[in-house]
Design a protein around this ligand. Structure first.
Ligand SMILES: NC(=O)c1ccc[n+]([C@@H]2O[C@H](COP(=O)([O-])OP(=O)(O)OC[C@H]3O[C@@H](n4cnc5c(N)ncnc54)[C@H](OP(=O)(O)O)[C@@H]3O)[C@@H](O)[C@H]2O)c1
Length: 340
């Protein structure tokens, strides 16, 4: 028996990846609707060997549909997610709109799948920010063993995290560097992104941090443990897909680097590639299209009593968005829908 699934934002980066992942994981789909704005009405998207035409979200009737995977910005989510939820269709939302609502579960299935029960509150479940999702997959098993006190994270985030226009901007600007008559000034980003790095993602907060940095703090607390202190610096880099993070972790208890490596090797969603030799670590281009969060460079931080450093890389369109949303849908099917 399958289910009626709607992919909302099916022409976007995350929406297209959701379709790939539903197909790859053989999600039990009976009927699939692909929705976007009126602008792209009739645009064709692929689902396995099929081609589907997008429908207009504005006129779509969610009655009788089981799950809507939302991958549109917060404004469209605000307008349409309550409509779907009211019709009894579970919304799994990728925007940041509902993540901090105490009545709405924020789920990374490897970490807090049990929070699924909270779906009943509003028929909405939130998917975390891409940079948080990959980090908490690595933090959770280490926290269970040695209790994390504080995390210092610096991110190296790809342009696909900012949507399809951002990908075009990096591509066009990179080409224009070689052809100076074809000037491509920044539009999506605040400064030139080609051959550059930008320490600014999302808007500035009153304390000088950015909203992206704040999200990593608030979401780690909500998903893993409210007592973990996190400080983040989020940076955009000229990489198309794949976010990387340098993570420094301080624990209550001592955790040896070899034991940490063994724990991570046994943990769901993680692949440890950690050889202390040239190329014995994972970089963003190698993680593209993969499900795993890759951990490398695990080593003791000798400047504090109980500290470790590690390097964490994952496909932001997958674990950071589409894969995580489909995994939440799988939990909902296995624990709730299939029991009815
Ligand atoms: N990219 C990531 O790594 C990532 C990670 C986590 C979360 N997210 C979140 O996921 C969402 C989608 O991101 P994305 O990277 O896929 O963006 P994107 O590539 O720019 O795609 C946006 C999608 O939303 C649709 N859309 C926009 N406004 C709409 C409206 N008013 N009505 C109906 N459809 C509308 C677009 O349809 P048209 O083609 O018709 O314009 C398109 O399908 C965002 O909320 C983003 O913050 C992204």
């Amino acid at each position: 028996m399958g289910y009626k699934i709607a992919v909302v934002g099916a022409t976007g980066n995350v929406g297209r990846e959701m379709l790939n992942i539903l197909d790859e994981r053989q999600f039990p789909v009976d009927e699939l609707a692909v929705l976007a704005s009126r602008r792209s009405l009739g645009t064709e998207v692929s689902f396995g060997d099929k081609t589907l035409k997008t429908q207009d979200l504005d006129t779509f009737d969610f009655s009788g549909w089981d799950i809507a995977l939302f991958a549109v910005g917060s404004d469209a989510t605000k307008k349409y997610a309550p409509v779907a939820a009211k019709a009894g269709c579970l919304v799994i939302d990728n925007s940041s709109l509902y993540r901090y609502d105490t009545e709405i579960p924020l789920i990374v299935p490897e970490v807090n799948a049990d929070a699924i029960e909270g779906y009943k509150n509003k028929m909405i479940i939130a998917n975390p920010n891409c940079s948080t999702a990959q980090m908490v997959v690595a933090l959770k098993p280490l926290h269970d063993r040695a209790t994390i006190k504080r995390v210092v994270v610096s991110t190296y985030q790809s342009v696909s995290g900012a949507g399809k226009e951002a990908i075009d901007e990096l591509w066009d600007q990179t080409k224009s560097i070689y052809n100076p008559t074809d000037n491509k000034p920044p539009k999506k980003f605040t400064k030139q992104i080609a051959f550059n790095v930008i320490p600014h993602i999302d808007v500035f907060m009153d304390d000088g941090s950015t909203k992206e940095e704040w999200k990593m703090v608030a979401e780690t607390k909500k998903i893993v443990d409210k007592d973990i202190k996190v400080t983040a610096t989020c940076v955009r880099v000229p990489v198309f897909v794949g976010h990387a993070e340098s993570v420094n972790i301080e624990f209550e208890d001592h955790l040896d680097e070899d034991e940490a490596r063994d724990i991570l090797r046994e943990s769901p969603g993680i692949m440890v590639i950690d050889k202390r030799e040239d190329g014995g670590y994972v970089t963003p281009v190698e993680c593209v299209g993969d499900y795993a969060t890759f951990i490398s460079r695990i080593r003791q931080d000798s400047t504090i009593d109980n500290g470790l450093n590690l390097w964490c890389v994952s496909d932001n369109l997958r674990k950071g968005a589409a894969l995580n949303a489909v995994q939440i849908a799988e939990v909902y099917v296995n624990r709730i829908l299939s029991k009815r």
